[in-house]
Design a protein around this ligand. Sequence first.
Ligand SMILES: [Mg+2]
Length: 262
Amino acid sequence: MRDLAMLPSAEAQGIVGVLFDLDDTVLSHGVLTREAYKALWALHEAGLRLVAVTGRPSGWGEVIVRQWPIDGAVTENGAVHVVREGKGVAVSVSGSEAEVTARTARLDELVRTVARVMPSIKLADDARARRCDAAWDVAERQRVDAKDVAELTRLILAEGARTTRSSVHVHATFESDDKASGAIRFVRSHFGDDAGAALHRWAFVGDSGNDAACFAAFRTTFGVQNVRAYARVLSVPPRWVAPSKRGAGFAEIARAILASRW
Ligand SMILES: [Mg+2]
């Protein structure tokens, strides 16, 4: 992880789009600050493509794709794509209808199992806006200690699901996508960039454990300062780190990218 100030202009100039995490990257403790929103507009007005890549629900993706100056959202840790279409949005999940139905039934069963075995663990308050990802709140509206988080993770894995952890939630899914494969699938289907092109042309900005796959998948990767708290659990850390945390750090990264362009 190197200081953002060391980012070479030539590397920043090659970027055509920015993929970015939401919680504790663009959002500061859940809030979209004025400076983070201004940074999104500045990137958009400079002609960069913008795609949110988040563990948050597809229902959130539908709202931000309609309202923010962005081109799309890869939600539920890669599984669900939301893209602007005319005055509305199009939402897609990979797989046939029968496959999606079967995976949903398995996920519902897993949610019931967790409720029975660990009744003190609560689903995130955005659970109803999710299509194919279950999320339990471990650090948003309630605090769950590390021992119980580990137990929850063991339970999810024992049921055959995949699990990831954001700064606020523990996720479970039966989808095969992670944030990186979901983001690359999005970039290929909407912008025609295959994985090789995406690697060099798209930057990623994140902050925590569930961003690890994206830190590994893209060449130009940025962390906001709070990513340092996850340094030990990230197999591949971001290459560049902003001096400030959360939305303020995102704004610094946007300025660094834009400074190279004129
Ligand atoms: Mg995050």
